[in-house]
Structures are given as structure tokens and as C-alpha cells.
Write a protein that binds this ligand. Structure first.
Ligand SMILES: [Zn+2]
Length: 373
């Protein structure tokens, strides 16, 4: 089937956009790789071309967008222990060959994403942005490489993303606040999303609150400048004060949030990227997903790297989330695709409205009963 073919997809349920209820017995006309029309089969069938693919009892929805990954770490695999906490995980990670690069491992990771129907990825590059981009160039995924600003010593090259890419900050405990602000300003000026790990684990909260704790001791020995003074506030409050949170920011993890943090997050209109399986593998806790959603915070899903996720299948991330947070089909569609596409600037993805790319996913049968209407 080539891009110029015209055909119709018909299914029991079609979620065109999370902004409207799913269409029962719906259909999509695809022309030249784009959605030409979407609606109830009864109104589509009169104009339908001869080629109709009836997907039967399936639910069709916009293909997933992986909002947070680190493909350059694809050669690592999971730690030999699970759920031991962030400090143990990061001690393990830095003892691994993180600076090595395996094109074959990245290709295999990208193939995993393609096989599970992912349409796009936002990938954090600490060292190997150009190399990862070269692999993604030959894949079916839309992508953005987010060049990561890290540490307290940096120069202008720290603010030079790969062509077409953007900047990300690592975290408030690892990166000079001034560098984070510069990266955010660069993204803003170039109409790109800014992304950073935020409120991922308890040690981060403890460090920023008062500078105490095992994690604080660890980063003080390794990365914090001698005069570092804890801001005496939560990660979200500090990020807000630094001007890092707005509608084009992706706050990744957002596990440890107070009620006040959630209100701040909602007021900022920033998007939260949930990484439920990474949180579980590392052992940092669970994000307050229902409270975030009820507060109106847009949420999306990321796999994180293969050093903290067993694979890069976003359906598995959704399944992990559903274990502790029931969702409607529309909430799932917003998280899997629309919210990430919007904040990351994947303009042709996110919904199945006319004009969008016909990147149509089939909800896995195992999730059919798991999502409320
Ligand atoms: Zn990450």
C-alpha cells in the first residue's frame, strides 16, 4: 500500500480526538497518507472508496507519541536490582559504559517503538544527539532531539542543539539554574518545547528543601558547586520561581508533588510527562496522576530509557498506569498522543482530524476492557 492510495478504515469505536466522545461504528477516509474525513460509518459510506478495511471490534485512536526517551542509553539494559531507589539506580548507572554508543542497539530500540505503533519520539541526548538523529532519520518516526544541558560548567556549545532540535535541562539538582533559564529562553525564542526531569524522587525534594539527605551528600561530592545553597522550596516551586514552567514546558516524572505543587503546575499550564514503569523499576513512587488530571494538568507518557524501562512500548506504560489510576478512553488518548504532540510540536500527529497524518493505532485487545467510556 503506497501513500497515494485511498482507503477507509472502519471499526466499532474510533477516537478521532480526545476533545470529543469516541464515534461508535466509526470510519476514517485516508488519502495520500492523511486523514481526509472521519465520522460515523453511516455518513462516510456514501463517499467511501472501494477499499474498506473493516477492523471489526477494534478501537482506533491516534498513534502514540513517546514524550521522553534516552535512546543513546539503549545498549545498557535494566539494572540487576529493581525498585531500590534513585540513589542506588544512579550509582549503578554511572558505573555503566554510558558514554559508549551502539548504533545497533539504538536501531533495535527504534524498531521496538515502530513495532508497537509509536508515531513520534522526543529523545533526550546528553552526548550523542547527532548519532541518534542519524538512526531516526531512517525510521518511520517523527522525532525531536532534545540536547540536554547538564552540570555547572558549560559553554556556548552546551546551548547548541542538533539541527531542528531543542534544548532540555537535566534537573534542578544537577544543573546550574542560570543554565536552565538560558536553555528555556533558547527554546522559547525558537518556538520549541523545553523539557526537564522534575520532582522525580524523594532525595531531590529533600535536597532542595534543606540540603540534607543521602542523595544530597552524593551530589555534593560529585556535582554541586561548593557554595550551593538549597532554595528551601519544592522542585516545582523552584522551577516556577526560575520561570521554567509554562505552556511549552514538559515536566518529566512529577512524582513527588504537594497539593500546592499541583496547583502551581496547573496554573503554569506546563505538561507533565509520566513514566510509570521507569518510576517502578527505579523505585521512586507513583505520580499523583488522578489529582493532576482533576486539577487540569495535561499529562502525556514517556518510556524513559532502556536503563529503567523493560522496553519502549507505550501501551505497556499505559497498562502500568491503569494498575493504579483508572482512565477513560479520552483521557488515555490525550495522554498517549494529543498532549505530547501539542507540546512537542508534532503538528501532523495527536488526533485523527482531517488533514492530520493517518497514523492510526489499534487499541491492544488486552486494554479493551480497561478503559472506561
Ligand atoms: Zn529521563
Amino acid at each position: 500500500m503506497t501513500d497515494t492510495d485511498t482507503y477507509v478504515l472502519r471499526a466499532r469505536r474510533v477516537l478521532v480526538s480526545p476533545d470529543a466522545p469516541a464515534i461508535e461504528d466509526g470510519a476514517i477516509i485516508v488519502r495520500g497518507g492523511r486523514v481526509a474525513e472521519a465520522g460515523p460509518w453511516r455518513s462516510i459510506k456514501a463517499q467511501a472508496p472501494a477499499a474498506v478495511r473493516d477492523m471489526g471490534e477494534a478501537t482506533l485512536l491516534p498513534a502514540p507519541v513517546n514524550a521522553h526517551c534516552h535512546l543513546e542509553l539503549s545498549h545498557l539494559g535494566l539494572p540487576p536490582f529493581l525498585g531500590a531507589g534513585f540513589l542506588e539506580w544512579v550509582r549503578w548507572l554511572i558505573a555503566q559504559p554510558v558514554a559508549e554508543f551502539s548504533p545497533a542497539a539504538v536501531r533495535a530500540a527504534v524498531a521496538q517503538m515502530e513495532a508497537s505503533g509509536t508515531a513520534a519520539v522526543a529523545d533526550i541526548a546528553t552526548r550523542k544527539g547527532a548519532e541518534v538523529a542519524a538512526v531516526l532519520e531512517n525510521a518511520t518516526l517523527d522525532y525531536v532531539i532534545q540536547h540536554e544541558v547538564f552540570g555547572y560548567t558549560y559553554d556556548d556549545s552546551s546551548f547548541t542543539p542538533v539541527p531542528g532540535g531543542s534544548l532540555a535541562g537535566h534537573a534542578l539538582y544537577s544543573t546550574d539554574p542560570e543554565a536552565l533559564r538560558r536553555a528555556k529562553a533558547w527554546d522559547k525564542a525558537h518556538d520549541k518545547a523545553f523539557s526537564m526531569h522534575l520532582a522525580e524522587h524523594a532525595g531531590e525534594v529533600e535536597l532542595l528543601a534543606g540540603g540534607a539527605g543521602h542523595f544530597a551528600d552524593f551530589v555534593r561530592q560529585r556535582i554541586l558547586p561548593p557554595g550551593f545553597a538549597a532554595p528551601g522550596m519544592s522542585p516545582v516551586a523552584w522551577a516556577a520561581e526560575l520561570g521554567l514552567l509554562d505552556e511549552s514546558t514538559l515536566a518529566v516524572h512529577a512524582v513527588h508533588l504537594s497539593g500546592q505543587d499541583i496547583a502551581l503546575m496547573a496554573a503554569s499550564r506546563a505538561t507533565v510527562c509520566l513514566c510509570p514503569r521507569s518510576n517502578s523499576v527505579i523505585g521512586v513512587g507513583r505520580a499523583p496522576v488522578r489529582t493532576l488530571l482533576d486539577a487540569g494538568v495535561p499529562c502525556c507518557l514517556g518510556s524513559d530509557s532502556l536503563a529503567s524501562a523493560p522496553d519502549l512500548d507505550l501501551w505497556a506504560e499505559l497498562a502500568a498506569l491503569l494498575e493504579f489510576c483508572p482512565l477513560t478512553l479520552r483521557e488515555a488518548g490525550a495522554m498517549l498522543s494529543a498532549n505530547a504532540a501539542r507540546v512537542l510540536g508534532f503538528a501532523r500527529l495527536g488526533t485523527l482530524e482531517p488533514g492530520k497524518a493517518a497514523r492510526v493505532a489499534v487499541l491492544p485487545a488486552s486494554l479493551e476492557g480497561a478503559l472506561r467510556d
